[in-house]
Design a protein around this ligand. Structure first.
Ligand code: RIB
Length: 306
């Protein structure tokens, strides 16, 4: 088949990461960490993950007028991603995420969105041909909701598979649910969107049925160490995680979301697409950092044969 065309409308952040023995409580200082910067942002992470899986990717987003913005755009270019629609917003700061990672790979993230907030529906309209011409649109919620809604409508009208990762969690308008084909959320977002605490498989199924009732034909819930639960009109099931020693869970959800969209866009049946996404996320979790730790297609295929 032709190479799958993916469009990502989403965020670009520079991640400022401290890896420490443990994460602090409110008001506490934890010393003894190491510091590094990594290109990130849920949009960038999904764009790079999709590109490394062998798709043709266009990114739509906004950076600020600083060095971080230029570094993020250069990083996307190095992965062969079309950055025509990544423009500079009239604010100084590019999005920044302060991330703490503990020695079990768990994270806490604080985001200052900066230039990401400059992405408006009119900017999305400017990228109409890339969005409507894509096979798969990947959306998250780190850019203004109006822009997300507009992108979903353009992609749906063009016949793309519209995939939404509702992170960070926010109430979603009915008109967005109506345009989304695939929603994949983690436990926190599923709870925020449905009121159901996804602490067991029956609860995961209950939350998935609520989300599916709002419009998306496919719901996939990312359950951390418990794997993933999927639901569509034709199938429902659970896929366990691949066993790995976690180094950094940051962007594991992004790796999963991108891989799920890519596999579905390639025509893989849902259960196989979730297995593929689980494998991609498993490789990511075993590495430090966001964008740079996304695996290539060859790495994923090799891991799946083991
Ligand atoms: O999903 C992980 C991402 O969330 C990080 O790269 C950080 O930038 C935040 O946006």
């Amino acid at each position: 088949m032709d190479m799958v065309r993916v469009c990502v409308v989403g965020s670009l952040n520079m991640d400022l990461v401290v890896r420490a023995p443990r994460l602090p409580q409110v008001g506490e200082t934890v010393s003894g960490g190491t510091f590094a910067t990594f290109p990130g942002g849920k949009g960038v992470n999904q764009a790079v993950a999709a590109a490394r899986l062998g798709t043709q990717v266009t990114m739509v987003g906004r950076v600020g007028q600083d060095a971080f913005g230029r570094q993020l755009v250069d990083g996307l270019r190095r992965d062969g991603i079309d950055v025509t629609h990544v423009r500079t917003a009239p604010v100084a700061a590019t999005g920044v995420a302060f991330i703490g990672v503990d020695d079990r790979g768990r994270n806490m993230i604080l985001v200052a969105p900066g230039g990401n907030l400059g992405l408006e529906p009119a900017d999305v309209d400017e990228a109409r041909s890339a969005i409507a011409g894509a096979h798969v649109l990947l959306l998250q919620l780190e850019v203004p909701l109006d822009a997300v809604v507009r992108a979903a409508a353009l992609a749906k009208a063009g016949g793309a598979l519209v995939c939404l990762d509702p992170a960070p969690a926010a109430p979603l308008p009915e008109k967005l649910y109506a345009q989304v084909d695939v929603i994949n959320s983690n436990e926190i977002e599923a709870h925020a969107l449905t009121g159901v605490e996804v602490g067991s498989m029956p609860a995961a199924e209950q939350a998935a049925r609520i989300l599916r009732g709002r419009g998306p034909g496919i719901v996939v819930l990312k359950l951390g160490a418990r794997g993933a639960f999927y639901l569509s009109a034709e199938s429902a099931g659970h896929v366990p995680t691949v066993p790995v020693a976690p180094v950094d869970t940051t962007a594991a959800g992004d790796a999963f979301a991108a891989a799920l969209g890519v596999a579905l866009g390639e025509g893989t049946p849902l259960a196989g697409a979730v297995r593929f996404a689980t494998q991609v996320a498993g490789i990511k979790v075993a590495r430090m950092g966001a964008q740079g730790s996304m695996p290539t297609r060859a790495e994923v295929e090799e891991a799946m044969q083991r």
